[in-house]
Design a protein around this ligand. Sequence first.
Ligand code: BT5
Length: 325
Amino acid sequence: MSFRDAVLNALKQNSGQWLSGQKLCEILKVSRTTVWKQIKQLQAEGYSIQSSPKKGYQLSTHVDLLSPEEVCTGLTTKVLGRKDYFYYQQIDSTNNQARHLAAQGYPEGTLVIAEMQTEGRGRRGRTWYSPSGQGIYLSVILRPALPLKDISRVSLVTAVAVAETIKTEYNVSPCIKWPNDILINNRKIAGILSEAVTDMDGIEYIVAGIGLNINNSVQDFPSDFPIAATSARAEFDRYASRIQVLQTLLQHLEEHYFNLLNGCFAPTLERFKDMSMVIGQKLRLDTINGFITGQAIDIDENGFLLVCDHSGSIHTIMSGEISLI
Ligand code: BT5
């Protein structure tokens, strides 16, 4: 065990209580200055450690850092986060970093997680507001051995995993706005950015990026979003352990993803449709080829949206922006 881990362990065993500097020195067999330097380092990592000249050091009982050592304890996934887990206090965008790692050959299940993003990205050049320590900003590298036509299914799998995480943790079913917005009471709580690199043989890799608002105060969100933003704290009036929510998310994601790989996508599609807020709705759809208006009638087995226009023609839409009419 490294010296850093030994200090952290000693503090954790006494979390919520004071541990004198003298006692720590005895346990660790080092000088007070060495202990003090390591405590400063742990504070810089984000651990909430109080210090008092008379009482010593106290680690807050509420550790909520998304570091591998906190998240992997109690995580039951087999692949996601099991081997390569990149954790940052601050990064431009976890998707940028995951794409970079995927291009270097990092395997399926590699996670990139940050406490804060300075250039969090949405789709089509939009931004994702990512303040420090309040939400989950996660990208995972997937290398599905699937044909190209199945790419959209992976996006749906991710959306269902996020929605089910909210259901598991808060016992409330959110709505999914095809393809990738997760809403509660018409306010956006999460978004997904899937980026794929493909070749003639199929999918080389997909970076699935998830932004989920957990402990944000609603007043802190920028006021100019076209869809109002919300967080789990704002909706359910309580702080949550981001560690626990992240573990649940990784478990749901892995379960639905493995089902997809094993040819069992139908139950995930049904879950998606159950939570979809667009089926049956009149809408305007902006796509790269222009826009159409009509009624969303279904989502097909590939995850494409079927829209019936005013003349009765049915359009199969792979990606686009929906505005409900
Ligand atoms: C998305 O894009 O919803 C995909 C967001 C994906 C973010 C994750 S975080 C981890 C990973 N790394 C990244 O760099 N990105 C991914 P889109 O559908 O284009 O929605 C973006 C729009 O949502 C913005 O233009 C705002 O209107 C709104 N928005 C931005 N930040 C938000 C937030 N924190 N909560 C709710 N709405 C937000």
